[in-house]
Write a protein that binds this ligand. Structure first.
Ligand code: GTP
Ligand code: MG
Length: 633
């Protein structure tokens, strides 16, 4: 089962809709206004089934110059174009404009239908054919079949159908390893069913009960039903005209231009980098900051264009542009788009989307140019590496890379693997990646910070992990954790509790410092349950300072002194002895008050109260009024 999408194109009244009807039996002009005016206003849909299982989906577009925007919403998803030219009138303005649009969208092939041949003399038809050939010469339709037909007499219709089927069979099969996307071209409600959207599925498949999302508004829903050609189906495949019945979504929450895809698979953006070419016959140069109409998929959004390496793009020239969009678009790199001027509304150019999450760059810098050139011309692996390079120290999640590249769910992991093996990127964990350069930069920055910290604080064992992370440019937490884990595994860094240090760092005391530290420790040990204040202890050794003194803190960091409350420290051994006595006493007496503690340890209230509170906090005792009992006793 193959589905190939053919779009009509051509000037108003040249017979597109009549031709579709003659081929398929379907009148695609459904609107009352279309019937009344005898012109096509919006898109119409029909199909042809070939005996071998090939289905040719036909999108009929309006030719009126005022409805080119509708035409653009229709041709975004087509594989082939059927350029319809009336033999009596020949090439007209929208013949050219539609042809230019198809060229800009990189439609691969198609054919020309020279219709209304019953209205022209053979000589004249001959001349028109010449004219058409020279029009097509510089385009993708150069040398394509030109099929003369008359809907009135039926002449040429059989030959046309055969040409169409042959062309359709030569269209390459659509990729399966791609994000399924349904750019919405119609939204309506069906009584008893609710909201229905239609579009041409670009890739992959959709199935009933799938959980999907409508972008850019992020409305999530379940597929209640699917229809293809008016028949209910369980599954819709790439290339099929698909109608999706959304469960629980208001009609007003969706409009033409929105895109249906799996949740998280796409990123709406207000900024897009792209290649940009101006048509040779554009009426004037395009200047940076010009306001344009940006058409991608079935969407039209106003935008300002910033030219990357010049202030003005001349007709026929190509460069890179950054588009500041006035409403979010939903696209993937590789998508083609069309640009029309704000006023007068004419098609002036187009290009390929390169990046939908563009990095911040100072405009016009050679770096930006090099970056965009790589995105345009690089191999898939180079493009992916470039995205990770731009992500810097923050790195990127695999799922986010998928939403901003055209690589499918199978291709992307394979490319990430390849880059990892080549040493270009580092896997932070199973879903987070970092460019090698960012990794190395963060690593040397972190080691440098540790070195500097030790040099400035020779008597401190280490720096807190959080402090270090924030000094290292507020590194992404997962990235930083992974770096420290690796540095530890390599034996370069040690971390204890929340303190990090270089493995090589040791605290070296000179003789005088050593004397102070030993003196302090001895003093507190001797004082037992009635220790001096830090100031007193230091002063006794001839040092001026408080508990913040670094030699004092050294004993605290090593847990030889334990802080019971502000400015009240006990030697760890003394505190251990106090705890033992207290527990023994509590076992015997069941509960004790401050007076018991004073007597037991021979200390004053000044020590007894903080000690009792300390043991409460340590969850050894529980307070009951003014008395304490053993916790859990
Ligand atoms: N004599 C003759 N008339 C034709 C032929 N094909 C179409 N017409 C007539 O041309 C007029 C326009 O035909 P449409 O099919 O509506 O043209 P269209 O290209 O779809 O027009 P838009 O969608 O508005 O751009 C109608 O009156 C048709 O009957 C033909 O082969 N011979
Ligand atoms: Mg029509």
């Amino acid at each position: 089962m193959r589905h190939v999408v053919v779009g009509t194109a051509g000037h108003i009244d040249h017979g597109k809709t009549s031709l579709v009807k003659a081929l398929t039996g379907t009148d695609t002009d459904r609107l009352p206004e279309e019937k009344a005016r005898g012109i096509t206003i919006d898109l119409g849909f029909a199909f042809l089934e070939e005996p071998d299982g090939l289905t040719i989906e036909i999108v009929d577009v309006p030719g009126h110059e005022r409805f080119v925007k509708n035409m653009l919403a229709g041709v975004g998803g087509i594989d082939l174009v059927m350029l319809v030219i009336a033999a009596d009138e020949g090439v007209m303005p929208q013949t050219r404009e539609h042809l230019a649009i198809c060229s800009l969208l990189h439609i691969k092939s198609g054919l020309v239908v020279l219709t209304k041949t019953d209205l022209a003399e053979p000589d004249w038809i001959e001349l028109v054919q010449e004219d058409v050939r020279s029009l097509l010469e510089p385009t993708f339709l150069a040398g394509c079949p030109i099929v003369p037909v008359s809907v009135r007499t039926g002449a040429g219709l059989v030959a046309l159908r055969a040409e169409l089927a042959a062309l359709a069979r030569s269209v390459p099969v659509k990729g399966t390893d791609q994000t399924p996307r349904l750019p919405i071209d119609r939204v309506f409600t069906v009584r008893g069913f609710g909201t229905v959207v239609t579009g041409t599925l670009t890739a992959g498949a959709l199935a009933v009960d799938d959980r999907l999302e409508s972008y850019p508004r992020g409305v999530q829903f379940k597929v209640r039903g699917l229809q293809v050609h008016g028949r209910a189906v369980e599954r819709a495949a790439a290339g099929q005209r698909t109608a999706v019945n959304l469960q629980g979504v208001e009609r007003a929450a969706i409009e033409r231009g929105d895109v249906v895809a799996p949740p998280g698979a796409l990123v709406p953006t207000l900024l897009a980098d792209a290649t940009l070419e101006l048509l040779k016959d554009a009426p004037r140069p395009l200047k940076t900051r010009d306001r344009v109409r940006f058409h991608v998929g079935t969407q039209e959004v106003m935008a300002r264009v910033l030219l990357v390496d010049r202030t003005q793009l001349e007709p026929g020239e190509a460069s890179y542009g950054r588009f500041r969009l006035e409403a979010p678009i939903v696209a993937l790199p590789g998508d083609r788009f069309v640009v029309r001027s704000y006023s007068p509304i004419v098609t002036i150019g187009g290009g390929t989307v390169l990046d939908v999450v563009p990095p911040r760059f100072k405009r016009k810098t050679p770096a930006l140019l090099a970056h965009l050139t790589l995105l345009e011309r690089g191999t898939p692996a180079q493009v992916l590496e470039e995205h990770l390079k731009q992500a810097g120290a923050a790195g990127a999640r695999g799922a986010d890379l998928r939403a901003r590249t055209a690589f499918g769910p199978e291709r992307l992991p394979a490319l990430l693997d390849e880059l990892q093996k080549a040493g270009a990127i580092v896997a932070v964990d199973r879903e987070w990646y970092l460019h090698r350069e960012a990794n190395d930069r963060l690593r040397s920055q972190t080691l440098g910070l540790l070195e500097a910290f030790h040099a400035e604080n020779p008597l401190r064992a280490g720096i807190s992990r959080e402090e270090l992370r924030s000094r290292a440019g507020n590194a992404q937490e997962r990235v930083f954790d992974q770096l420290l884990t690796r540095l530890e595994a390599e034996g370069v860094v040690r971390s204890e509790r929340d303190q990090v240090r270089l493995a090589a760092h040791t605290i070296k005391l000179n003789a005088e410092q050593q004397k102070v530290v030993s003196g302090l420790e001895a003093d507190f040990l001797r004082a037992g349950a009635a220790p001096p204040s830090p100031e007193e202890a230091l002063a006794k050794l001839g040092v001026k300072g408080t508990e913040r003194h670094e030699l004092f803190q050294l004993l605290v960091a090593e847990r030889r002194l334990v802080r019971v409350k502000e400015s009240l420290y006990f030697h760890a051994d003394a505190l251990g002895a106090v705890q033992d006595k207290l527990i023994a006493c509590l076992r015997e007496k069941k509960d004790i008050g401050p007076a018991d503690v004073k007597d037991l340890l021979g200390i004053t209230r000044k020590y007894a109260i903080p000690l009792m509170e300390y043991f409460d906090a340590q969850r050894i005792t529980v307070r009951q009024g003014e008395r304490r009992v053993l916790r859990g006793a």
